[in-house]
Design a protein around this ligand. Sequence first.
Ligand SMILES: [Zn+2]
Length: 404
Amino acid sequence: MATLLCGTIEAAAQRPQTRPSQTDDRHPVATDARLGGDERQTRLVMDLTRKIELHAFTLADPYRVVIDLPQVTFKLPPKVGETSRGLVKAFRFGLVMQGGSRMVIDTSKPVRIEKAFVLDAADGQPARLVLDLTATDRESFLRTIALDARPARTPVESKIDRDPVNKGDPRPIIVIDPGHGGIDFGTQAGGEVVEKDLVLSFGLLLRDQIEKTGKYRVVMTRSDDSFVELGDRVRMARMRKAALFISIHADSLKKGEGDAQGATVYTLSDTATDAEAARLAESENRADVIAGIDLSQEPNDVAEILIDFAQRETKLFSNHFAKTLVTELRNVARLHKHPLKSAGFKVLKSPDVPSVLIELGYVSSKQDLKALTSDTWRARTAGAIVQAIDTFFSTRLANTGRPN
Ligand SMILES: [Zn+2]
């Protein structure tokens, strides 16, 4: 972490002073946001450095208002969006894809979008996004959704198509899945360390270490700070006929939820091994809700798992890899007191790709956080995962006589 920080400062110092920050130049900046009103009518106002286009719509179960925007740099005060007011429970914002940002507003009850527009800067006031919501009943709310035509799917599918399987290369494909991204921050520790950044940098490091062996091909579900739906993460692995899927996360506990520490490896099961596993799966499965995805439009190719031979075999391989991982990780990292667990994680639902989810540790634990942000710990831990991958593939080949 310290090295990383130094690097950033150095880079900043070397940048020519005449050139302003590129991000601010290219994208409008949101500088402040506030809520006003009551339980009947609530207004959200966000200050912007210039006028932009927007598209606002509502989603049910849970009740949400989504505002799609061109890419915006959010420089809002800390904790903005965390306090409820009137009809708004909370709101969040961030990138959903390159060129596109989004705000997702959780509402306490069904609402109607009365107005949604952006005012030009005038009279010393900045450009302002204004959203007016009024309370309505569920029936009218659902009617509006039915009438509201919008594209059913995000552009992630085309991202998969652009990058087909390299047929000439016989090496097994390993999918590395850094959790969260973009508008979905994951867990946060004191506002400083964010899970989405932590798991992305670890995922990239792991990719480099795996590629260095020359034995495998690596596909990242994301290699930047963009949002990817849970179902698309699974689809990417399945379409490429991946031999292994490794999802990377970091957990966090609220005050009073205990003081668990260490890494845990999860596999898929219908019934969670314990209450903590159930809580975690529920919170990790919320990613799509957080990002304002319409769950009623989710294709069920992933949601419905057929219990067939392939899946039972996949389950055996997943469990075998999970055990191997725990053995290797034990040598280098501190593990949770029950390091092998299972629960109903959506990203682990490929019927044909052995899949595990690694919680590297708890950002809420001082000791874990220190490890998670240490270059030495990360390199060692990634090394242990590579070791487990090697063991997995060598024993798998020996057992089945089947490549990949
Ligand atoms: Zn997570």
